[in-house]
Design a binder for this molecule. Structure first.
Ligand code: HEM
Length: 131
């Protein structure tokens, strides 16, 4: 059962899990279909279904929604989740661009979507820049 949590979090404002799932599905569809993201796609496993679930769970918690991803992945954080991923400025920027496109294609209110894209883009670029 979902624990009680504050109302009107960004998670609620974007439209909850259906909206998060819509963005994540579009993000991985873009990776699969658009050659602009070939380098980023190549870093991932052939089957993207587990990532569709995991990124949705992470983003739900990141937006202030249900924290199941953290209870299911005790001790895991964004840095440890990517310990074995070789990132570059190119793949960091592909991640940020694909996520911005996925959000822009979603039903999220545009001003909120722009804030979400900005924050996630900064996160992706700073993670990629650490190498
Ligand atoms: C900086 C550029 C990034 C690259 C190149 C990248 C790449 C990857 C790769 C290759 C995987 C493993 C995929 C697989 O096993 O198929 C992964 C896992 C994951 N990534 Fe990223 N990622 C990036 C940024 C991000 C950001 C910004 C977030 C969150 C906002 C994120 C969330 C996740 C999550 C939740 C997982 C799954 C962890 C797990 O379930 O163990 N990634 N990423």
């Amino acid at each position: 059962m979902e624990q009680s949590r504050p109302a009107n979090t960004p998670y609620d404002l974007v439209g909850g899990m259906p909206a998060v799932r819509q963005i994540v599905d579009r993000f991985y569809d873009l990776l699969e279909q658009n050659p602009d993201y070939a380098a980023l796609r190549a870093l991932h496993a052939l089957d993207l279904a587990p990532m569709r679930g995991s990124l949705s769970g992470f983003l739900a918690a990141w937006l202030g929604g249900p924290r199941d991803w953290f209870s299911e992945n005790p001790g895991k954080c964004m840095m440890s989740a990517h310990r074995n991923v070789t990132m570059s400025a190119e793949t960091g920027s592909q991640w940020a661009k694909a996520m911005a496109c996925a959000i822009a294609d979603s039903t999220i209110e545009p001003e909120l979507g722009a804030k979400m894209s900005g924050a996630l883009g900064d996160l992706a670029r700073s993670m990629a820049g650490r190498t």
